[in-house]
Design a protein around this ligand. Structure first.
Ligand SMILES: Cc1cc2nc3c(=O)[nH]c(=O)nc-3n(C[C@H](O)[C@H](O)[C@H](O)COP(=O)(O)OP(=O)(O)OC[C@H]3O[C@@H](n4cnc5c(N)ncnc54)[C@H](O)[C@@H]3O)c2cc1C
Length: 351
């Protein structure tokens, strides 16, 4: 394993890490995300090593403050239940019972998605790397891949020297780095270039997301909570992590106005949970989404002779536990998991 930084760097270091298949389209992508959720659930319950401890399956409570918002939730819940996804509507009283620290005069109701939760990504990555090393993997952190030719990977090491690694097969899972690496070998890879798409194209920068975390606080927030203009959940430092303010994608990474978003998120959170008035934002991460051109997942061989396999996806935290098994199976046995059929490269017109 080679990484230009530490395990769990890149976009995974700036993610909201909500494990869900809530409102995903098309149906094949919703199914793939459900498989991800279920794979995390199985790993958390696995008896052989006491259960993986990074999936916090606390359920999501979605809050409606207006009748229109409640109507939209009712429609969604109906659809999710029809597709076999666990979801239930909540009356305003039930919302208050589920989230006793919530303080709102106007509450129209909500919904509970009991199987959802969040991943402590750092603990997951560090533990899995540790297990892989124990099982014989060599891990080369802080080594940057500059090119892949056939199954020869060329890197620049920490001291600036060039190194080559030869293998039977290369699995490329370098997030936004994959496009650059393949371009060096003359290959086009259909993910959006984070340096190009976004505000400068005159649109909202859907590629950028802002995650902020408060200092430790006994907030009484019990679930992952979503309401208009915010999503929040417990954080690994004992604080609360926020995402999804509507202004989040409004500015480019280099625009100083982007730094107004964490304060707006905290302000919005305090409207819902007044107990948060006693805390401040301690940590902000700017994340660049890994976005295949159609917003879905890529899991496929890049080369016809099956020397390089690539995985690139949004929702990668949810999907990770399923993709890990499915991709390993395909690379080792040649059997492609049926859940990946929609996510091959052939759907793009690439060279
Ligand atoms: C704001 C935000 C919120 C999100 N919320 C959610 C969510 O709630 N739920 C969810 O499931 N998903 C969410 N996502 C998406 C999810 O975080 C990503 O899909 C996932 O982190 C991608 O992981 P990855 O391993 O593919 O890429 P990355 O995490 O970017 O990892 C790529 C790795 O490759 C390494 N690398 C890159 N280039 C090179 C190179 N040249 N040589 C060597 N190594 C290299 C990097 O150092 C890094 O360690 C969110 C993303 C953002 C930005």
């Amino acid at each position: 394993m080679i990484d230009a930084a530490e395990a769990g760097a890149g976009t995974s270091a700036a993610t909201f890490a909500w494990v869900n298949s809530n409102n995903k389209t098309p149906v094949e992508y919703a199914d793939l995300n459900l498989l991800g959720l279920q794979a995390h659930e199985r790993a958390a319950r696995a008896a052989d090593h006491g259960g993986d401890r990074w999936f916090h399956q606390i359920g999501t409570v979605q809050i409606a403050q207006t009748d229109d918002e409640m109507l939209a939730i009712e429609r969604k819940v109906e659809k999710l239940i029809a597709n076999g996804y666990e979801a239930q509507l909540l009356t305003p009283d039930k919302v208050r019972e589920s989230e006793p620290a919530l303080s709102l005069d106007r509450l129209a109701g909500g919904a509970l998605y009991p199987k959802e939760g969040w991943i402590d990504v750092q603990t997951m990555c560090m533990t899995l790397i540790g297990r892989a090393i124990e099982a014989g993997t060599t891990f080369a952190p802080y080594e940057t891949v500059t090119d892949i030719q056939a199954t020869r990977v060329t890197t620049i090491t920490k001291d600036g020297s060039t190194r080559h690694h030869d293998g039977d097969v290369v699995i490329l899972a370098a997030g936004n780095g994959s496009k650059r690496i393949l371009a060096a070998g003359g290959m086009d890879f259909p993910t959006l270039d984070p340096a190009v798409h976004g505000v400068q194209a005159g649109t909202e920068n859907t590629g950028i997301g802002i995650i902020s975390t408060t200092g430790p606080i006994n907030s009484g927030i019990r679930h992952l909570v979503r309401a208009s203009g915010i999503a929040m959940r417990p954080a690994r430092n004992g604080g609360i992590t926020f995402a999804d303010h509507p202004t989040g994608g409004k500015w480019d990474l280099g625009d100083p106005r982007i730094w107004t978003v964490p304060a707006l998120l905290l302000e919005r959170a305090r409207e819902l949970y007044p107990v948060l008035k006693d805390t401040a934002t301690e940590n902000v991460s700017l994340g660049i989404r890994v976005l295949p051109e159609d917003g879905l997942t890529i899991a496929d061989w890049v080369t016809e002779n099956k020397s390089i396999y690539a995985v690139a996806t949004h929702s990668g935290v949810t999907l990770s536990a399923h993709l890990a098994g499915a991709v390993a199976e395909e690379v080792l046995t040649g059997n492609r998991h049926q859940s990946l059929n929609t996510f091959s490269l052939s759907r793009f017109a690439t060279t």
